[in-house]
Design a protein around this ligand. Sequence first.
Ligand code: UT7
Length: 323
Amino acid sequence: MPLRSILAGIGAYLPERILSNDELAARLDTSDAWIRERTGIRQRHIASPRESCAFMATEAARAALTSAGAVPADVDAILLATATPDQAFPATALRVQAALGVPGGFGFDLSAACAGFVYGLSVADAMIRAGQVRGVLVIGSEVYSRIMDWNDRGSCVLFGDGAGAVFLRAGEGSGSIDRGILSTHLHAQGSLGDILYVDGAVGLRDKPGTLVMNGREVFRHAVVRLSEAVDEALAANGLSRRDVDWLVPHQANLRIIEAMGKRLGLPSERVVVTVDRHANTSAASVPLALAEAVADGRIRGGDLVLMEALGGGLTWGSALVRM
Ligand code: UT7
């Protein structure tokens, strides 16, 4: 029987500090009403100095292992999607490996901006199917608060910090019980790199960089590309829109999320939304949303879940998972 990547556990971490729209409006030319109307965002979590990318990733990963009934020795690989690592190297994934007490295996960071978690799922799934690894932590962890231009109202109101993680375990699939990752599809278009980017890097001394975004352009591409990605995932699996139980989309803007739900013909209660409370947590947004809907009992074993995301690069993709 073919090997499948079973989503065995899931975990999340959000910083304690919550920053409301009103607090932003007190020091920027913006308003709670504008932010809510244009994005659906009411608040975001902001990391304290202690809540580093590695710290949050470790907390989310530990919760994922616990919910899977797994121990650190079960982890063969750690894939950490982030645009905001703590250091250029070692990879934040390896700080997590050490903090969790994972005795061996390997790990690396993956840079695909907001699509990073879907990219991570895809890479992990390929390695599991190839028989290279049996237990993989895929984590999205981001501290975008540290790369924000806090004077740019067009971007700083949109993002937040947090981490989400899943533990994937190799399992045997069959025609009737097809649990696990059914498909992933990845895409990128480097020629659109200048509509959403960070204008610096750890490697550029004195210029760590801040996020720059042409919001209107990104919005336009997001709706088109994510619609294509949704259709592509269904077609590849011979499924129709009616087969999807849940859409767990990237949480950038409620208007984009609603457009995707419409595309699938899903009622709004079948679309998981966290953007109102988390804002855009980039690579952490999809696993954070998934973790919330699993924890509160909305998403259950056997449900068909479609995840999609698009981010700077441009990068985008989908993952279709039978829970
Ligand atoms: O995760 C990666 C993917 N990222 C995304 O998917 C983000 C995609 N883009 C968006 O979500 C939206 O484009 C935004 C929320 C960023 C902006 O919404 P919009 O409806 O596209 O607004 P806009 O950029 O067209 O700006 C409309 C107006 C402008 O004023 P003028 O030029 O019409 O006078 C902006 O200066 O709104 C102004 N504006 C603001 N006003 C109050 C921009 N930001 C703010 C703000 N508060 N925070």
